[in-house]
Design a protein around this ligand. Structure first.
Ligand code: GLY
Length: 258
């Protein structure tokens, strides 16, 4: 069964980290409704949604993806690039402990889950304002012995790799190309989207369709033209906190014996 680990929107989300966006007022009640819709959609598409306890003193705690990377073999607790987010880690690690053997990124490495895109046995890691080379190399040391190949890519002008590069399937990504420096022979096909639509590459493929944020029909049409049906979700309040679709869940296959 597919498990989706999530966490409610914190009461303090108005004080979230912002790196590339200007601060705007966030309507907390509306953000919570949008997050409820997101969780309901994951459940409708077959995921077993696990909601972690709220962390109201951690403004960014709804963005659980940044706290861990779950592969088939291990769960890696990250070390987010901003100090304020490290208090989110313990409860995520605890929730994953019954599902996978644990590993972790340690100082001086930093790594946000939003900078890690897995395409089958290929793992792309964005070097960003949050993820440093040391964090990426620690992840490489964990995953390459398991048979994954890790490739690093420089990210500029947006928060995370997944703000600029979104998985459509294991061989195809949506890309805001100027925001990410791809290797000469990337291990995937690229569907380019117009530059300057940060977070709109951050789409979530699930159960034969691709979840996309509302408001960018041109991006949805590009995805549909490649044969992927889309479903749009309203994330307007959450996007003001520099959200993306993938960053509000950690998705992985549960084990029968977990
Ligand atoms: N506001 C999301 C983050 O900066 O981590």
């Amino acid at each position: 069964m597919l498990i989706a680990v999530t966490r409610p929107v914190s009461a303090s989300i108005a004080h979230c980290q912002l790196t590339f966006l200007d601060r705007q007022p966030i309507d907390l009640a509306r953000a919570r409704r949008q997050h409820d819709d997101y969780c309901r959609t994951l459940a409708e598409l077959g995921a077993h949604v696990v909601s972690l306890p709220a962390l109201d003193d951690c403004p960014d705690a709804v963005f659980v993806e940044d706290a861990a990377i779950v592969l088939d073999e291990i769960a890696v607790t990250t070390r987010p690039g901003v100090e304020s987010r490290r208090a989110e880690l313990a409860s995520v690690a605890e929730a994953l402990a019954g599902h996978r053997p644990a590993a972790e990124i340690v100082a001086p490495g930093t790594l946000d889950g939003g900078d890690v895109l897995r395409l089958g046995r290929e793992i792309c890691v964005g070097l960003s304002t949050r993820t440093n080379r040391e964090g990426a190399e620690q992840l490489r040391a964990l995953v390459e012995p398991l048979g994954y190949r890790l490739t690093t890519m420089r990210v500029t002008g947006c928060l995370h790799l997944k703000s600029a590069l979104g998985r459509l399937d294991d061989h195809t990504v949506l890309a805001d190309l100027p925001a990410v420096t791809l290797p000469a022979s990337p291990p995937f096909d690229v569907v380019a989207i117009p530059h300057g639509t940060p977070a709109f590459a951050d789409v979530l493929p699930l159960a034969g369709m691709v979840l996309v944020p509302c408001g960018f029909p041109g991006v949805a049409r590009l995805i549909e033209a490649r044969g992927f049906p889309t479903r749009a979700l309203d994330l307007s309040e959450l996007l003001k906190a520099e959200a993306g679709l993938t960053c509000m869940s950690i998705l992985f296959e549960g084990r029968h014996n977990a």
